[in-house]
Design a protein around this ligand. Sequence first.
Ligand SMILES: *[C@@H]1O[C@H](CO)[C@@H](O)[C@H](O)[C@H]1NC(C)=O
Ligand SMILES: *[C@@H]1O[C@H](CO)[C@@H](O)[C@H](O)[C@H]1NC(C)=O
Length: 340
Amino acid sequence: MRGFTSTAALLSLPLAAFAGNAHVGSLRRRHIDHARSTSAIERRAITYNLIDNFTQQAFLDNFDFYTDADPTHGLVTFVDKDTAKTDNLAYVQSDGTIVLAVDDQTTLQPNQPRNSVRLQSQKQYNAGTLFIADMYSMPHGCSTWPAYWMVGDDWPNQGELDILEGVNDQTTNQITAHTGSVCNLVTNAVQTTGRIVGETCQSSNGANAGCNYALDNNATYGHGFNMNAGGVYAHTWETDAIKVWFFARQAIPADITSGNPDPSTWGAPAAEFPSSNVCNIGDAFQNNRIVFDITLCGDWAGDAFNQGSCQGTCAQAVADPSNFVDAKFKIASLKVYGHS
Ligand SMILES: *[C@@H]1O[C@H](CO)[C@@H](O)[C@H](O)[C@H]1NC(C)=O
Ligand SMILES: *[C@@H]1O[C@H](CO)[C@@H](O)[C@H](O)[C@H]1NC(C)=O
């Protein structure tokens, strides 16, 4: 999230994009039969136990509202919990969905910041964990820079993982890691469905693109994600590797739905950040908090504003509230599992 990344593929997408609201139970129908691979060396499945069930009000009760200036220089004011509640920027819908939103009511003058939210978990996490975020929709559109990510308080020395992140009218997700120590991705060292676009995870305020994987499916981000009623981003964090999977709504494995997740059956991840002789994941990631935020313009969305189909300036886009009707995370649940 901190990282400015110029390598993102920004493709054209009509602005008339609208968020899919079809988050009906019937879409959760398909049970995929995940046959275990018998050809490869079979890894013993880890038994996970639920340690945090951030569902409905429990989500808002266990996250703090960050109200400092946006470190990525966005044209936003991150509001406190009371303001977010009053202005409907963070609430639980009647069906239990958690909504995090940008103000889509107020007309501003260009260069005035727009109200938005940035939430971070009170709890910090370490290796030996599995995170499963089920979302129906996510923010997208000109000037937006939404992210679901994890980060340590001491950046970049405690690491940062951007699980879901992009800008403006981007159509596919990019998954990024930032570390304080040397950590390089080695092309072809692991099997992933995502494609490496940056190999240098070590980041500083001067050079913080991080290492990243680009996904190639428009169901992973923005308009395409929302039209499909979203899906699940799941990631395992172990000292030997961090792995991230995406499952579109129709392809969520039954073991996730039933609350007995077994990543050993999920196939190749979208992104993998392995420990190796050029990277120590165990040292690079410590005490991370979970963060959801929606910033506008700033270091990435602002600088890349005219690389896609967005017209005018980023600040002009921010001034018009109609650009933010779809700038919402709609979160079904966020579950954190651990293992012994
Ligand atoms: C998680 O919380 C929700 C809402 O309170 C509840 O319905 C559900 O049963 C909980 N899940 C587990 C596995 O405890
Ligand atoms: C996503 O990509 C598919 C295949 O290229 C295309 O048919 C579809 O229209 C795209 N969806 C959106 C919402 O852009």
